[in-house]
Ligand binder design. Structure first.
Ligand SMILES: [Zn+2]
Length: 92
């Protein structure tokens, strides 16, 4: 570890740094470190959830896998929502 450069410590806000849910069209605020809000996360198949979870953990090492997993998750959520809100897929 380089000790010469002092790390600019910007006092991280104590409260949870909030960010937007990763699901498409969802504006729910979620704590940093989370990927999606609870309801959206619950829409994901268990396997995909695990996938994303592990990819998220290792995102520093393998960003591509994380992005791919995230994209898959977004799609799954979108598909699940479409199924719930609009029975017929009215998409060009
Ligand atoms: Zn959400």
């Amino acid at each position: 570890m380089p000790t010469s450069t002092p790390t600019p410590v910007k006092a991280a806000p104590k409260g949870p740094a909030r960010r937007r849910c990763g699901a498409p069209g969802c504006t729910t605020k979620i704590p940093a470190g989370h990927i999606m809000c609870g309801p959206d996360w619950a829409l994901l198949p268990a396997l995909l959830r695990r996938n994303v979870h592990y990819a998220h953990k290792g995102r520093e090492l393998d960003r591509d896998s994380y992005r791919a997993a995230l994209r898959q998750a977004r799609r799954a959520v979108q598909a699940a929502k479409n199924r719930i809100t609009t029975p017929e897929t009215a998409r060009a």
